[in-house]
Design a protein around this ligand. Structure first.
Ligand code: PBG
Length: 314
């Protein structure tokens, strides 16, 4: 009876698996703060994308970690940069299936923090502040490089003002009118990104509070989503998810495009850690946390448990 009348049901196609690929690795490198997750080699990334495809996931979201970082994040838009190489290899795997078979959507993180030696999401001014407008030029170039490499969805996560409009123009001018934009609209300056910094070898000292949002504010998140919708976002995202279900519900109620939520690295790590200690029932907590994100209004959920959940939902 409970199954029959459940208001919310997860499906593998709702889920997007974030994946990390690091240049120069010879073996996948386990992430201590994200048990069960790794930095992939280029080969093991392809295997993970194949597994996501065969599990019927809705998408994969790729993050690249270059061997060399610099102030401009120049590997971010290099044609042979690690993220572009990984996108091309993923595109091939996703296109292997017979025409007409649904495959995961190929998404790319469009941000500079994985590529800069200072770890900020943008380029800096001479005084060390993030230069919003100079960063937009970099994002436009990255977006086009990612689209050329086969990305279906460009995902600006750096919270620069005007990033969606700039990327839309650049994609259209380069002939990628069909490439979509998933805007990280309401992205909060969050302690829950802690383990991600290990995942991308981030060098950041300091914080992102000048461009990411204050967790005290909900209305501001709605304003950010409205701006991104006006600039042409095809999907909007709230991030992190679990501590921001009120913002997610409010965005879902006013958005006329699909709404995504990102269950981030720290949310994953907390449940894994408590589960490993026997303090909570891990599997039940995983299912409850992800179902709650859908109940709060997410059409699309980015979660590191996507593959495992797809297996349970079979
Ligand atoms: C920025 C980006 C971050 C995450 C996704 N994209 C880090 C940040 O903004 O500090 C965090 C994801 C997670 O914690 O799982 N490129």
């Amino acid at each position: 009876m409970r199954r029959l009348v459940a208001e919310t049901r997860l499906h593998a196609a709702d889920l997007v698996l974030p994946l990390f690929v690091k240049e120069g690795l010879t073996e996948p490198a386990p992430l201590a703060s994200m048990p069960g997750q790794v930095q992939h080699t280029e080969d093991s990334l392809v295997e993970a994308v194949r597994a996501a495809r065969d599990a019927g996931l809705g998408g994969v979201m790729l993050f690249g970690i270059p061997a060399a970082k610099d102030a401009n994040g120049s590997q971010g838009d290099a044609a042979d940069g690690i993220l572009q190489r990984a996108l091309r290899a993923s595109r091939t795997v996703l296109d292997e299936v017979p025409a007409g078979t649904a495959t995961p959507v190929l998404m790319a993180d469009t941000c500079l923090d994985e590529f800069t030696d200072h770890g900020h999401c943008g380029v800096l001014t001479s005084t060390g502040a993030v230069d919003n407008d100079a960063t937009l030029t970099r994002y436009a170039s990255m977006a086009v490089a990612q689209a050329k490499a086969g990305a279906d969805v460009i995902s600006p996560s750096g919270m620069m003002d005007g990033q969606v409009a700039t990327i839309r123009d650049a994609l259209d001018d380069a002939g990628f009118a069909d490439t979509s934009i998933l805007a990280y609209s309401a992205k909060y300056a969050s302690a829950y990104y802690g383990p991600f910094r290990e995942a991308v070898d981030s060098e950041l000292t300091g914080d992102r509070k000048t461009y990411q949002m204050d967790f005290a504010n909900a209305r501001e998140g709605l304003r950010e989503a409205d701006l991104d919708l006006a600039e042409g976002a095809d999907m909007v995202m709230v991030k992190p998810a679990g501590s921001y279900l009120d913002v997610l519900r409010a965005v879902a109620d006013r958005s006329d495009v699909p709404v995504a939520a990102y269950q981030v690295s720290g949310e994953y790590a907390m449940i894994e850690a408590a589960g490993a200690n026997g303090w909570i029932d891990r599997d039940r907590a995983v299912m409850e946390s992800v179902t709650s994100i859908k109940r709060a209004g997410a059409d699309v959920i980015l979660t590191y448990w996507a593959l495992e959940l797809a297996d349970w939902l079979r």
